[in-house]
Design a protein around this ligand. Sequence first.
Ligand code: HEC
Length: 262
Amino acid sequence: MSVPPRRFVLNLPSLSVSLRVLFTGFLVVIGLGIAMSGVQVLLTHGMADGKLGVSRDDIVFSYYGNRSDSRMAAKLAGTMKDKASTADKARIIRWIESDSPPQEWTSEVQAVFAANCVHCHGTIPGLADFRTYEGVTAYTEIDKGVTIDALTRVSHIHLFGIAFISFFVCIIFSMSVGLPTWLKATAIGLPFLFQLVDITSWWLTKWYPGFAYGTLVCGFSYSISSAFMILTSLYQMWVMPWRGRTSLENTWTELPPVGGGG
Ligand code: HEC
């Protein structure tokens, strides 16, 4: 007489109350956390281009930087426009864009400033002093976005932290019933894929601004897929059992159990 092998059955609607409370507490706190990080992204990156809302430019300014702009270049196109000839202004701009090398300062650029600027900047008290290299470079710094250091730090924190969060959200969701296997498998796999593509795009955006779209799309998709899993799990734990025992028993006892087919 052989006994058919029993499969390990755990499904959300029939969990004990204590497990449901545990899972619910976790999902609610994590859901809030994801919402908060959305708000945080809006406030930090979202304002990077000066406008509320995360756009491609925000991501570009945060990771790649705003390389066309230094205080000096902005002034030379603005209120200081008439203070030097076009050729001299172009010389200064080229020097700034090549990262203000000190050799070129001594060989050429200092003379340009001496001829055009220091009769005010260096003479009039209270004005920026452009007689020295240090005085000038205080205004020529270009914004190169996030540093490799910061990027490495944030990447590893994100990889570890988010993998943990995704793991627990997904394992709870894997106990849901009544969903086609492909849908469950896709929903569980996607957050990990989004996370990898997201972090890869941060790094690529540092050099190629076009990859900012990867970060935008992934961040958004991650939130959507997490919200789907969290809401489905909460629904199945609390609403499904309450909607009627009889019909439910028929529904989920016939379904393949978790860990196996589902
Ligand atoms: C006739 C005097 C005069 C000359 C010449 C002059 N500037 Fe100025 N500059 C000013 C004054 C006044 C200000 C402050 C008002 C303003 O920001 O427009 C200023 C401000 C600046 C600032 C902003 C400094 C800050 O604190 O943010 C920069 C950068 C600058 N000048 C660059 C230059 C450069 C480069 C040249 C030479 C090509 C030059 N200026 C020539 C009078 C001058």
